[in-house]
Design a protein around this ligand. Sequence first.
Ligand SMILES: Nc1ncnc2c1ncn2[C@@H]1O[C@H](COP(=O)(O)OP(=O)(O)OP(=O)(O)O)[C@@H](O)[C@H]1O
Ligand SMILES: [Mg+2]
Length: 303
Amino acid sequence: MDPQGHRVASVRFQPAGQPTGRPHVIVLGNEKGGSGKSTTAMHLVVALLQDGYEVGSIDCDARQGSFTRYVENRKATAAELLVPLPQSQHVPVQRSAADSAAEAGADEAQRLGAAMEALKHCDFIVIDTPGSDTSLSRLAHTHADTLITPLNDSFLDLDLLGRIDHDGARILKPSVYSEMVWEQRKLRAIRRGPPIDWIVMRNRLSSLDAKNKRDIGKLLEQLSRRLGFRLAPGFTERVIFRELFPRGLTLLDLSRKEHKVDLGVTWRMSHVAARQEVRDLVGALALAPRPSGAPKEVLSLAP
Ligand SMILES: Nc1ncnc2c1ncn2[C@@H]1O[C@H](COP(=O)(O)OP(=O)(O)OP(=O)(O)O)[C@@H](O)[C@H]1O
Ligand SMILES: [Mg+2]
């Protein structure tokens, strides 16, 4: 079905990470601000690094620069504490300041193209995008082999994917972001690129509000069939996510071994469950092993 509910030729998802001879591109996208794109991007980067992959990261929200600062904070922590935290090769891409839309579009295509070229030796490229509709964000979406949309667990955030009826029980029609993804999927099909594997993950899940959680879950299942996305396990609301950013750390860097090196984060048992949520998300992406052989060895603090 297309977003309007019309039947179209079925979309066949190519399993992620197939040996294509180029990096597998993972884009984090959602036009809603604060849904967890940058946080999820950084956790994915570290998960892939710890699995031994060479990872490139691109910040297409370089004006805000949260992803870039996360990466810089990580480098600073590694240097300051002399800990071997694995690092991605990071490239921020600025929006064009050109006056005309055509000029800006060409300029941004060139900038993003140059960033992709610089990282073409990587196994994976993780791209973070802004929480608004920009031409650079649209462009980034056209590069996605895997598109991950983190979604805060609320009706308000769900509204960016699909318009919901007054009772909050039924999806009426797709919303702006879903339409945009549909457009990018069509563009890729025209260019004969492999289809985008679109994955929606719920973020900041409450451990208390069971009814809200169930209602949103049902609506997301309706939407996933209509729009052709997969649902992946999400992250629970946890203070630790906010504590990790200044040090550039992720849940995957924390372990009991942390006590050997004081990373400045107090180890709690709840971190085990939190880290498992990250691993479950990575598992749901179904990324295949490195095509050219066994993963390279990297230094990591995680067990
Ligand atoms: N599961 C979570 N539990 C608690 N806090 C979270 C969680 N996920 C993200 N956050 C926090 O929510 C805030 C927004 O997250 P983040 O910056 O990753 O969102 P974003 O989608 O990249 O936002 P923007 O659209 O502004 O770029 C941050 O303070 C982050 O630490
Ligand atoms: Mg962000």
